[in-house]
Design a binder for this molecule. Structure first.
Ligand code: COA
Length: 359
């Protein structure tokens, strides 16, 4: 990544990076997770810098929340991603960063906005990670901007009260009922009709990955970067979506995510995804990150974070395709489908209202 920030403006940062094959899926679309990771890295740098502009212990800004993020246009291999991050509000102990991502075609010079995101960071002392530091206040360009920031802060604070409660209720899905061939268990070439392994059921596409948290995943205080976790989550959600429709799939949006618990170096994370809802042309996938500490075993397993990802299936010209209807089985899956439908209708209404407001 290359970086530029104007002198005397520690609240802003601009970075850019060429998109390479390892950043994309097999047809060359940049993964949503790669973009989320770049955004989070920029946000972490700008907020950590800002929080260390005062005397006292050094601190690292930990990602606490990402507001709902939409992927507005696709980005492709060979394009340059320009990420800009700016501190737009500070409360006593948290920092709001707004980030924009623009994709530049370096052959034609054409640029398009691909993402807008809002992230909240909380400064944790390097000496004692449990100690949250006060944030130096920023200077606002006008009292109106400060007031708007305060309203966003109050709104997210109210919203996360309910999601704090939700995180204790999150239940990881049972193991995938489809055994893999070549792993000692014989597998029928076509999943059994009528069983939970039938195509387009929740069980058929359900997927998980296991990752050992190493130094390259971590911040200076040996806890995982939020961007690393979001990238793993997007990867699993993408596998679920591709298993369901067997086409090129892309991330359309990610609902607000709260990071309630830190994940320490040396932990094993199990990232599990299951489809909860399909509309005509979109799929909603719930992703749960379960953490198992390998050293501090007495802490036991815990759910660090969960989120809903929406994916779209695309044809060869990148136009949205219809997706197979999710076959739900049992009361639990029916309930999740109804809840997914309600989120879908709510999000669609908000998107349409936003579009009208912009016209
Ligand atoms: N979103 C936004 N702000 C949050 C937040 C969230 N999810 N959780 C806490 N905060 C803010 C509070 O508003 C408060 O600021 P204020 O006093 O200005 O209002 C400040 O953080 C401290 O709140 P408190 O309730 O005392 O904090 P906490 O004990 O819940 O700890 C974290 C907050 C973020 C440090 C803690 O939840 C944590 O460690 N989360 C994991 C962070 C991480 O590792 N991220 C990457 C995960 S992969």
């Amino acid at each position: 990544m290359s970086e530029s920030s104007s002198p005397g403006a520690p609240c802003c940062l601009q970075v850019c990076r060429l998109m390479r094959p390892e950043d994309t899926n097999i047809v060359g679309n940049v993964h949503g997770g790669t973009i989320l990771k770049m955004i989070e890295e920029a946000g972490c740098i700008v907020s950590t810098r800002h929080c260390n502009t005062q005397d006292g212990d050094h601190c690292v800004a930990a990602l606490a929340r990402v507001e709902k993020t939409e992927f507005l246009s696709p980005m492709f291999i060979g394009e340059v991603a320009h990420v800009s991050a700016e501190i737009t509000y500070t409360s006593q102990r948290s920092v709001e960063v707004q980030a924009h991502v623009v994709a530049e075609n370096i052959l034609t010079g054409a640029k398009k906005l691909t993402n807008k995101a809002a992230l909240w960071y909380v400064p944790c002392s390097l000496k004692n990670v449990e100690e949250i530091k006060d944030v130096p206040p920023i200077t606002y360009a006008s009292p109106e901007l400060e007031e708007e920031g305060r309203k966003r802060y109050e709104t997210q604070k109210a919203l996360r009260q309910s999601s704090n409660e939700r995180s204790d209720e999150v239940v990881a899905p049972p193991p995938n009922p489809v055994p893999l061939s070549g792993c000692g268990t014989p597998r029928s070439p076509v999943p059994l009709a009528g069983s939970s392994a039938e195509k387009h059921t929740v069980g058929f596409s359900q997927s998980s990955l296991i990752h050992l948290v190493g130094p390259s995943d971590c911040t200076m205080n040996d806890f995982v970067h939020g961007g690393v976790t979001m990238k793993l989550m997007d990867e699993v959600a993408g596998i679920v979506a591709a298993r369901h429709c067997n086409t090129n799939i892309v991330t359309a949006c990610v609902d607000a995510i709260n990071f309630h618990r830190k994940i320490k170096k040396g932990s094993v994370v199990k990232v599990q995804g299951r489809m909860t809802f399909t509309s005509n042309r979109s799929m909603e996938i719930e992703v749960i990150v379960e953490v198992e500490p390998l050293v501090e075993v007495d802490k036991g397993k815990y759910c660090a974070v969960s989120a809903f990802f929406t994916f779209i299936s695309l044809d060869k010209k990148n136009r949205p395709l219809p997706v197979p209807l999710l076959k739900v089985e049992g009361e639990d899956e029916e309930r999740r489908f109804r809840e997914g439908n309600a989120r879908y209708l709510h999000n669609k209404e908000k998107r349409l209202a936003e579009r009208e407001r912009q016209q």
